[in-house]
Design a protein around this ligand. Sequence first.
Ligand SMILES: [Fe+2]
Length: 171
Amino acid sequence: MIQSLPKVTINAAFLKEIKDDNLNLYSLLENLRSFWLVNDPLVLNPEWFSALVNQLRDQLAIHFALEETFGYFDHPVIFDVFLSEEAKRLKDQHVELYLEINLIAEKSEEMLYPDFNETSYTTLVNQFKKFYQSFQQHEVAEFDLIMRVSHEEHKRTKKNILMHELIPRER
Ligand SMILES: [Fe+2]
């Protein structure tokens, strides 16, 4: 059976820049982290949790759209099979992560109305903790990919310079 290889790669410089510039996203994540560190509705208001999770959902939609538009690209002329497989896996993960945060955001509104449900709140904060960890793993894997692709590009550029030096120049 012939299997088509994934032909996806990243623009390492753009992907890194998108991450470096998204301070809103990282500050939202940091604020939300305090809700499981202090999982007590009397200390941290569950309405803030709901508002922040909804903001995070919207912020992630923009973040993933930017990454997919400028950070990833299909059908590259030159690609490494293993790096390409990893790029496809990480790009596909955006949908899973978005669906997960969307579900948490929806449930966070349901838990508040008509009456606040503390059990649902505790469950939801734990669900958010798992989401946070999955998102961090995704970010670490993308940073790793950025480093590996940059390294490959650097090697290729160096090789091209060496090849260029071997070609005799006209005098
Ligand atoms: Fe990503």
